[in-house]
Design a protein around this ligand. Structure first.
Ligand SMILES: Nc1ncnc2c1ncn2[C@@H]1O[C@H](COP(=O)(O)OP(=O)(O)O)[C@@H](O)[C@H]1O
Ligand SMILES: [Mg+2]
Length: 240
């Protein structure tokens, strides 16, 4: 048992998989755009994957498909070994609520609601009791370092704080996987750095895998695996 002794993740099934995922869009003029040509990916338990690639190559499309916000044209997504395509709309919504947390480039917080309410929202939608949702959300806001700003509306928060609230919101239903689409793409260098520090601390105390789309070398360098999306396929990035 000398080999693999330190490789516990490999003995567990992947939490999220893509099997020959293809995606095409039909443009306004009727021409077909083949964006993803066959994506195979296994996200291991607790694994942190960074995805890079030029603008327009389909990174957001892939992330949306991985998180079942969009469906592939063909191929399959498996979450916790269950094929997403075989789920009903209700089961799919349930799966999305419980297994996947999303962070977008722009925070997408609801502007009329406070930071605390924004974090609580997905928990309430998932049927968590109000008091439990509030407790969890307060703890998360503390963990992401947005303290004393629970009642602030998004516009009363800095860009970095807005993204931290978005991270807290993504975690409120205790997902297996965090999917983040250029989470620091809109922040200055120093604020980005602090957000990356936070993202990489999130695994402590929880079973959390991550797929992060980023152009940021600092963030990519910290991942367990860096993949590049080019010409519709994922390749392992060359080491620097
Ligand atoms: N809903 C859609 N309908 C038509 N084309 C789309 C749609 N979503 C994305 N695309 C096209 O797919 C390509 C990939 O987009 P995207 O996934 O946003 O790339 P990236 O995130 O890598 O910049 C782009 O050419 C974009 O215009
Ligand atoms: Mg994108």
């Amino acid at each position: 048992m000398l080999f693999g002794m330190n490789n516990k993740a490999s003995t567990r099934p992947p939490v999220l998989s893509a099997r020959n995922v293809q995606k095409s869009f039909v443009g306004g003029d009727g021409t077909r755009l083949d964006i993803l040509l066959g994506i195979d990916l296994d996200v291991g338990s607790g694994e942190r994957i960074a995805i890079t690639g030029a603008s327009g190559t389909g990174k957001s499309t892939l992330l949306h498909i991985l998180g079942s916000l969009d469906r592939p044209s063909s191929g399959q997504i498996l979450i916790d070994s269950k094929a997403v395509s075989e789920l009903s709309e209700d089961e799919l919504a349930e799966m999305r609520n419980h297994y996947v947390g999303f962070v977008f480039q722009f925070h997408h917080l609801l502007r009329e609601f406070t930071a605390l309410e924004n974090v609580m929202m997905p928990a309430l939608i998932a049927g968590v009791a109000q008091s439990e949702a509030r407790d969890r959300s307060r703890k998360l806001l503390e963990e992401v370092g947005v303290i004393g700003r629970e009642s602030h509306k998004p516009r009363q928060l800095s860009g970095g704080e807005q993204q931290r609230v978005a991270v807290a919101r993504a975690l409120v239903n205790q997902p297996l996987v965090l999917l983040a689409d250029e989470p620091s793409g809109n922040l200055d260098t120093q604020t980005s750095q602090r957000l990356h520090d936070l993202i990489f601390k999130l695994r402590a105390g929880r079973e959390l895998s991550m797929v992060v789309v980023t152009h940021n070398l600092d963030l990519a360098r910290r991942a367990d695996r860096v993949l590049v999306l080019q010409e519709g396929r994922l390749e392992l990035a060359a080491k620097e």
